[in-house]
Design a protein around this ligand. Structure first.
Ligand code: HEM
Length: 133
């Protein structure tokens, strides 16, 4: 799992797109349409933006010093289950983020970045096992 490549992929996306949140949530709601209703209070997209920001901060901590990422993901998985987000859907968010960022990165997204994200996603699966279906 190469932290420098993960960071480079995020920098590539930041150069090409001021706000990747719409692209990310479009994919989430395409995959799980029932999740859109849960954001009923989020009139201006601020909560979705804040959530994505915190997820990216958590991923950077996970590939870096791992000071808070695992506990944060575990506690958010429980919070979200109480919100009505099944653990499987919750855990799928990381790969959905990768897919949306890769689309934005387009030809600038290298095979090495893909391998780094594959490593990150499988390490996350190991560190924070999903609750059995
Ligand atoms: C498809 C998966 C997910 C769905 C459908 C989802 C849904 C939601 C919803 C509906 C809210 C707003 C709740 C409210 O109005 O109070 C929220 C907030 C939040 N979510 Fe998620 N979530 C997902 C994945 C994640 C993941 C993977 C993380 C972190 C690892 C996360 C972290 C957060 C945080 C930190 C907030 C609070 C944002 C704020 O400060 O306003 N979410 N989520």
């Amino acid at each position: 799992m190469d932290a420098a490549l993960i960071t480079a992929s995020l920098e590539l996306v930041a150069e090409r797109c001021a706000d990747p949140a719409p692209a990310v949530y479009r994919r989430v709601f395409d995959q799980s349409p029932e999740m859109e209703a849960l954001f009923v209070r989020d009139r201006d997209g601020g909560v979705r933006g804040q959530m994505l920001y915190q997820v990216i901060e958590t991923l950077l901590d996970f590939v870096g010093g791992r000071h808070f990422a695992v506990n944060m993901i575990r506690s958010e998985m429980v919070n979200h289950e109480n919100l009505g987000v099944p653990p499987q859907v919750f855990a799928s968010f990381f790969a959905t983020v990768r897919d949306a960022l890769r689309e934005i990165g387009a030809e600038g997204w290298t095979p090495a970045m893909d391998t780094a994200w594959d490593g990150l996603l499988s390490a996350l699966d190991e560190a924070v096992p999903r609750a059995p279906a």
